[in-house]
Design a protein around this ligand. Structure first.
Ligand SMILES: Nc1ncnc2c1ncn2[C@@H]1O[C@H](COP(=O)(O)OP(=O)(O)O)[C@@H](O)[C@H]1O
Ligand SMILES: [Mg+2]
Length: 273
């Protein structure tokens, strides 16, 4: 059973006499443990899809099952419950509460989940330690760098132990080095078994994922698996080339040996005559 099973999703916005077809029949299945990057031009429907996958919004038509649960037709409180149990969100603009410590920001989803204060504190601290910010727990967002704020947001996404992390342009507001740190963190979480879906504009960010889905005008244009990440490729290519060279060298040595034996035999025969 796939974790995400979305069939023929459409989303239509009607504004006055204008109708926007944000999704025009999108089907996606994503297995548990996958790492997916969603790309596509601005306005192609990426965020609309993420909002539906994240149970923040319902499709106009189509079916969506998350971990086997039929999401279409759920009431708002059921949607809130499935979100809280299964999904962690990361956004481009971090969406942290200002003037509120990192620790309290990370505790927030557990407040909604009804977890008692001492356990909240303990789990929030553990999540901050996991993202390398154990020593920044009492800092407010304005006292943290962009990358640190995004790590707080990731800690907040993790704290209810979700199966799925949905990140809509998580590196969109960060510089290259900080983006790499964030992608390393998401990759680690994926290695620990979490399913990760990110939206990104940048090819080098998408290259971290195992699968790439490209959107255009509310459709899926392309859905490809990326078995070797861009980072792994050169190493693998070098290894293969090295293997080829060694095989070729071995061949040459065997051929040379053959020639020498044949030569030796001819000489031996010559000596007997
Ligand atoms: N709440 C909304 N009301 C009306 N139109 C919307 C709304 N959200 C998105 N749209 C429209 O739907 C289309 C897809 O938007 P979106 O999913 O945000 O694209 P992307 O994330 O790929 O940039 C766009 O044309 C956008 O203007
Ligand atoms: Mg968007």
């Amino acid at each position: 059973m796939p974790l995400i099973d979305a069939q023929a999703l459409t989303k239509t916005y009607v504004m006055g006499d204008m109708t926007v077809h944000a999704l025009r029949g999108v089907s996606i299945t994503i297995n548990e443990g996958d790492f997916v990057a969603i790309m596509g031009a601005s306005g192609s429907g990426k965020s609309t899809l993420m909002n539906i996958l994240g149970c923040l919004d319902l499709p106009t038509a189509g079916q969506y099952h998350l971990a086997g649960e039929a999401v279409q037709g759920m009431a708002p409180d059921q949607l809130a419950s499935i979100r809280n149990r299964r999904i962690g969100f990361v956004f481009q603009q971090f969406n942290l509460l200002p003037r509120t410590s990192a620790l309290e920001n990370v505790e927030l989803p557990m407040v909604y989940a009804g977890i008692k204060a001492p356990e909240r504190r303990e789990r929030a601290l553990a999540a901050l330690q996991k993202v390398g910010l154990g020593d920044r727990a009492m800092h407010t967002p304005s006292e943290l760098s962009g990358g640190q704020q995004q790590r707080v947001a990731i800690a907040r996404a993790l704290v209810n132990n979700p199966q799925l992390i949905l990140a809509d342009e998580p590196t969109g507001a960060l510089d290259t080095q900080t983006s790499e740190d964030i992608m390393n963190l998401l990759t680690d979480l994926n290695r620990q078994g979490m399913t990760v879906v990110i939206v990104t504009h940048e090819a080098d960010i998408a290259a971290w994922a195992r699968r790439k889905i490209v959107f255009r005008d509310g459709h899926i244009l392309e859905d490809v698996s990326q078995h070797l990440s861009v980072r792994a490729e050169p190493v693998e290519a070098l290894r293969q080339a090295q293997g080829e060279r060694e095989r070729a060298q071995g061949e040459r040595e065997r051929a040379q040996g053959e020639r020498e034996r044949a030569q030796g035999e001819r000489e031996g025969m010559g000596a007997k005559e």
